[in-house]
Design a protein around this ligand. Structure first.
Ligand code: ZN
Length: 478
């Protein structure tokens, strides 16, 4: 036992554990307790909400998370003095101090705010894969836009690298924030071919007549022109009346498919339910060209009774787009053309020559200004209309009056709605509807598309006048 005591003392001594050391220890402990007492009891307690060190992004709004102060059990938060400002428009470190108490018993706490650029730059590019046609060279964007919240435009700093079928765009801002965008390169055709119909999407065939397939136009991004590679679903029975839908299918090498349809109607040969849209007095810039656009889009053919007015190119276009070009006299001057048979035919041949010069075709389809029933001509020559209608037949012409007036020549300024109503309310299924219109009238132009839509939706069909078309004639009154 005494052996052990001696041993212990010797050991303590060896490590400096003598009496004075222990006293020092006690003093230190008391001092420490004193500091704790001072800090935790005798001075106010300030507790910061949130972190003591806060990092916020450049130009973000700084909002203090708050604090709470107590002193000897009382809430003294109100008495805390807060000092310091944070300017988030400038990178750097800022301090906010919170002070409470007075003199010897004052407490001060600091919060550090670091304003830094912690946002990565942005690269303006989508992350979609890059698809390249098999066997073709890799292509990708080498110039992309990059912007940073702090540095602004970094487009010039974007590094573009292509490796292992991946294009990597990298950009770093002045604070070292790095943005990486990877785009995979795949050698695969994922785009379907484009497809469009040659000819109208809406075709009429007379019963018993052959349906002529005009085909389609198809182009693929990888395989090029595939126009003659289409397959058709559906067929046209040209011996049975009805509507037939043909679906054209085109497939590229990668099996991307596209389809388009065409409606073919097998119709009766008689002209019941036919609409002949006829346009007089043109052509005229600003109206005729728009009318031609609409007819083209709707796949409808019409008849233009032209004069010597208006530009040649519009007559050329009427002809090229498959419409009938017919004759409405050159001058359209009643006093002149209805003064004598010779005067009339001189005038008629003048416009016939004009049309022939433009189209290469001689037209013998005519319409008398004012119609064959006009009575104005009495002023210039008694009985002239009887002579002219006979003489036209003798000379191989055919003339077409109308049985449906759109009312667009009645004077005043009708609205497109009125023109539309005039036409659709007078259409009849049990006849050929010869519709009088004027392609020089803006309201007619504006009513046309709706008239065509109405016709299509109600089972009418549109045709142009040919030399085989039955004449539509009014009663001659002079
Ligand atoms: Zn006219």
């Amino acid at each position: 036992m005494s052996m052990n005591k001696r041993k212990l003392r010797r050991n303590l001594k060896q490590f400096g554990f003598d009496k004075s050391f222990i006293i020092s220890c006690i003093v230190i402990v008391l001092l420490f307790l004193g500091i704790v007492l001072y800090n935790k009891v005798l001075t106010p307690q300030i507790d910061l909400k949130g972190k003591n060190v806060v990092t916020i992004n450049y130009q973000d709004k700084f909002k203090d998370a708050g604090y709470k102060a107590t002193y000897l059990g009382d809430d003294v938060t109100k008495n805390v003095e807060v000092k310091g400002k944070v300017n988030t428009d400038k990178l750097g470190e800022y301090e906010i101090t919170y002070t409470a108490g007075e003199g010897l018993f004052k407490k001060k706490i600091t919060r550090k705010i670091k304003v830094a650029d912690i946002e990565k730059p942005k690269i303006e590019i989508n992350k979609d894969n890059i698809y390249i046609c098999p066997g073709e060279e890799v292509k990708y964007e080498t110039k992309v836009k990059a912007t940073d919240n702090y540095d602004g435009d970094l487009s010039k700093n974007v590094k573009v690298e292509y490796k292992d079928n991946v294009v990597t765009y990298t950009v770093k801002d002045s604070s070292g924030n790095k943005r990486i965008v990877n785009k995979k390169v795949l050698f695969k055709d994922i785009e379907k071919p484009t497809i469009e119909l040659i000819g109208s999407d809406y075709k009429d065939v007379y019963i018993g007549d052959q349906y002529n397939e005009e085909g389609i136009k198809a182009v693929d991004n990888c395989d090029g022109d595939l126009s003659d590679k289409y397959k058709v679903e559906g067929n046209v029975d040209n011996n049975t009346l009805g509507e037939y839908v043909l679906t054209y299918k085109i497939e590229d090498k990668a099996k991307n498919e596209n389809t388009i349809t065409r409606t073919v109607r097998v119709i009766e040969r008689n002209k019941n339910g036919v609409i002949y849209l006829t346009f007089d007095d043109g052509p005229q810039e600003g109206t005729t060209n728009v009318i031609l656009d609409i007819l083209k889009e709707e796949g409808v053919q019409a008849t233009f009774f032209v004069t010597c007015k208006g530009p040649d190119y519009l007559i050329k276009r009427e002809y090229d787009e498959g419409h009938a070009i017919a004759l409405h006299t050159c001058s359209h001057d009643y006093a002149k053309i209805y003064s004598s048979v010779d005067a009339f035919f001189n005038d008629l041949y003048a416009v016939q020559n004009r049309v022939k010069n433009i189209t290469g075709q001689e037209s013998k389809i005519t319409r008398f200004p004012g119609g064959s029933s006009n009575t104005v001509s009495r002023r210039y020559s008694q009985g002239i209309m009887s002579r002219l209608t006979n003489e036209e037949k003798n000379r191989g012409f055919r003339y077409y009056d109308w049985n449906l007036s759109s009312g667009d020549a009645a004077g005043g300024y009708p609205t497109a709605d009125q023109i539309y109503n005039n036409v659709v309310n007078s259409l009849r299924k049990n006849r050929a509807n010869m519709v009088l219109m004027h392609d020089i009238k803006p309201y007619t132009r504006d009513a046309l598309r709706r008239i065509i839509k109405y016709g299509k939706e109600n089972g009418y069909r549109f045709e142009k006048i040919t030399m085989d078309t039955d004449m539509v004639t009014q009663r001659v009154n002079n």
